[in-house]
Design a protein around this ligand. Structure first.
Ligand SMILES: Cc1cc2nc3c(=O)[nH]c(=O)nc-3n(C[C@H](O)[C@H](O)[C@H](O)COP(=O)(O)OP(=O)(O)OC[C@H]3O[C@@H](n4cnc5c(N)ncnc54)[C@H](O)[C@@H]3O)c2cc1C
Length: 699
């Protein structure tokens, strides 16, 4: 989201004492997460209204009740847990903020041609040794093609450079697996996560879905008592107004930069005006909203055109007198080759359902589409028929069923054909419609985790605008020369000794290490680091700020750094945010050239606490304003990777930051903030783009 500071283009209200009005269309997870993030980041600076078409919030997080039996999941069934790899904001929200109990779930068995295989090891028994070795080899190859770290980060540049991005999933399976049974096994295991047949998605998306079942990538959990509790607890915490039965039917940009929303509320026409409109609805639902301006229509059409790869689900839930399968399958889910590859969840293994056994068939892709107009009864028969080869007793034990259809509800190629920068996806026309924001799971990976990241991104954009508007207002109302230029901001939060400790933990440097501060102003930090025994240099490009810096505080023009390649062990950058956008890429390339072990991102960023930015007037002198994730996107392009992916080192740096006062309202609010400050050029070569290139060469 880096952008040049220009308050006149910001969509935020310029009413100095008025709150910024944010209208969120959609009360599903995307809308609720957006409100939650915005309240956390902007306090009461925004007046948030959520408009939800239906009579309930939660969208596709939906837990049903089967009379006399108990709860079952209608939509979201499993939540992905990345906490082994790094900060996991969704698990953190569910467990720590919403105080919900979670239960990890496990699966893995597969039924192919009526043969039950509990693990990949059993393929050989039924389909021969070649099938087993091919199935194993494919999984190992997938793991080699994307490390857990690279999977977790899913950096745009790495995704776009990945050789499997340019293949269809179908081509990939054909190319990589010779044995027919092994190929079908791989296809079946991934199909219900992809929600589309392999020819409609790309190889990278298929690869990511294969890795979901490989040890070391992610764990899976659900909420004890039903996933819908996430929705209820979240709504209880929000101060945003939630309007139910409020179907937004049209949006119109007004000449003063605001937006008018027309809706049907409980059947009556109403309208409202807002500074920002957040479209937090599935891609297919955007097409149902009238767009009353040519610019808006074209903008939204382009957005839809880029992402429109509809994928489908149909969930059939069957209740039985008893869980007859348990003697043979004791897992929370398994796959079957029926319906082109279906995931069967044992709902009764995660919910307390008395003597009953409940199986939920997540039918996906074209199979789901073709059943959209088929009766529930017929679908029940098909499910029983699919069970028959392994469980012939099923028809005699059935007591109830529910069928839910979810056509075009997810995306077959999340992220788009070629991943784009997040800001482009979330604010599709920054120039002419800055107040139009889009939130969607399909902008990331079509999961709840993805829509959480999307809400985070969109709300960062709003908060950045708020900050710019406030800063411009303050500037305009102060007399010339009244606002003093801030200096040495980073040191106000981390003194030199703390910073040195953090760098030592992150990058393994010791006294004597050569350190560059880029954007060193008058060189105070450089002097302090030298006093601590480091061979520190400064480089400042603003002559007015560089005064009195001593001979190690060099003054020069951006982006030319007068140092040899890899001259510095570590670079502390505090100047990128003061670099004009037109010089950014070259400047980052220069920093990458001179840095050997690590880079600390010390620029002012848009996701810092609003109060903090206001209190210290941190926007003074800022030329390029982006959130930490946006800086990360830019640094990845130049070969930097996150340095603290190993959570043990991240924890140690975080503990040191806490000693320096980090936490709510501070420079670093949480471990994610720390993760996004430390980068290394070396690890990139092992875990990101280089790994992918190596794998491609060996292919
Ligand atoms: C069957 C199924 C299973 C899934 N399983 C998983 C899973 O196990 N794990 C996982 O991570 N993800 C899963 N997903 C994906 C997950 O459901 C989505 O990522 C998530 O629901 C997206 O949230 P959202 O708010 O963008 O959309 P939605 O959940 O669809 O919510 C959108 C809301 O907007 C409202 N709306 C639409 N149009 C308008 C309008 N014009 N005016 C006002 N309101 C409007 C809708 O009524 C709805 O409430 C599954 C999806 C399906 C369909």
């Amino acid at each position: 989201m880096t952008s040049s500071i220009d308050a006149s283009k910001a969509g935020g209200s310029d009413r100095p004492h008025g709150k910024t009005r944010v209208a969120i269309i959609g009360g599903g997870p995307g809308g609720l997460f957006s409100a939650w993030h915005l309240e956390a980041k902007a306090g009461d600076a925004c007046e948030i209204e959520i408009y939800e078409s239906s009579e309930r919030i939660g969208g596709k997080i939906c837990t049903g009740q089967m009379a006399g039996i108990g709860p079952y999941e209608i939509g979201v069934a499993e939540i992905y847990d990345y906490s082994r790899l790094g900060p996991d904001p969704l698990r953190d929200l569910i467990e720590n903020e919403l105080k919900l109990d979670i239960r990890h779930i496990e699966g893995g068995p597969c039924v192919l041609d009526g043969k039950l295989m509990l693990t990949v090891d059993e393929i050989g028994e039924h389909f021969g040794a070649l099938a087993e070795s091919e199935a194993r080899r494919f999984r190992e190859r997938c793991a080699k093609m994307l490390s857990p770290e690279a999977y977790y980060l899913s950096a745009i540049e790495n995704d776009n450079a990945h050789p499997w991005q340019r293949l269809s999933g179908h081509e990939l399976l054909d190319r990589e697996i010779d044995d027919e049974a092994a190929r079908r096994y791989a296809r079946v295991m991934a199909h219900s996560d992809v929600a589309a047949p392999p020819h409609l998605t790309n190889g990278l998306n298929l690869l990511k879905n294969v890795l979901m079942d490989v040890d070391g990538y992610m764990d899976i959990f659900s909420v004890v008592g039903g996933n819908e509790q996430i929705v209820q607890r979240l709504a209880d915490q929000l101060t945003a107004r939630i309007n139910l039965n409020a179907h937004v039917r049209a949006v119109e940009p007004l000449s003063d930069g605001t937006y008018r929303l027309d809706m049907l509320v409980n059947g009556f026409a109403e309208s409202t005006v807002a500074d920002y409109v957040v479209f937090a609805v599935p891609l297919s639902a955007i097409s149902m909203i009238g767009l009353r301006s040519e610019t808006l229509r074209q903008t939204v059409d382009r957005h839809i055109g880029y992402f429109d790869r509809p994928a489908h689900y149909l969930r059939a839930t069957l209740a039985f007198k008893r869980p007859f399968w348990r003697e043979r399958i004791d897992k929370h889910w398994w796959m079957m080759d029926a319906f082109d590859g279906v995931c069967v969840y044992d709902e009764s293994a995660r919910q307390e359902l008395g003597p009953f056994g409940v199986l939920s068939f997540l039918i996906a892709g074209n199979a789901a589409l073709s059943l959209a107009n088929v009766s529930d009864e017929r679908i029940e028969h098909m499910c029983l028929d699919a069970l028959a080869p392994v469980f012939p007793e099923a028809p005699d034990l059935i007591v109830n069923r529910r069928v839910h259809r979810w056509m075009a509800s997810v995306n077959a190629m999340p992220g788009g054909a070629r991943a784009r920068r997040r800001v482009e996806n979330h604010r599709p026309n920054a120039e002419r419609l800055p107040g139009v924001l889009i939130v969607g799971d399909y902008l990331f990976d079509s999961t709840l985790n993805g829509v959480m990241d999307s809400a985070d991104t969109a709300t960062d954009i709003i908060v950045a605008d708020l900050l710019k508007t406030r800063h411009a207002a303050r500037k305009a109302s102060s007399a010339p020369g009244e606002t003093a230029r801030r200096c040495g901001v980073l040191q106000q939060f981390f003194d030199a000794a703390t910073l040195a400790d953090m760098l030592a933990t992150a990058f393994g440097i010791e006294k004597g290490a050569r350190i560059l501060q880029f954007g060193s102003e008058s060189g105070e930090l450089v002097t302090a680091l030298r006093a601590l025994g480091f061979d520190a240099y400064g480089f400042e490009f603003d002559v007015d700020l560089a005064h009195g810096g001593g001979e190690r505080n060099l003054v020069g023009e951006c982006p030319d750094l007068p140092f040899d390649a890899q001259f510095f062990d570590v670079t502390i950058e505090t100047g990128l945010c003061r670099t004009p956008p037109e010089h950014l890429e070259e400047t980052i390339a220069s920093l990458a050239r001179v840095t050997r072990r690590g880079l600390f991102l010390g620029s002012i960023t848009a996701d810092m606490p609003l109060d903090l930015v206001d209190r210290y007037d941190l926007l003074d002198g800022i030329e390029t304003f982006g959130s930490r994730w946006d800086w990360a996107d830019r640094l990845h392009v130049h070969g930097f990777a996150h340095a603290l992916m190993q959570s043990e080192r991240l924890d140690r740096v975080w503990r040191r930051a806490i000693e320096a006062g980090a936490g709510a309202g501070h420079w670093c609010e949480d471990t994610e903030g720390v993760l996004y400050c430390f980068y290394t050029p070396d690890e990139t070569r092992q875990s990101g783009a280089e790994l992918i290139r190596d794998a491609a060469v060996s292919a």
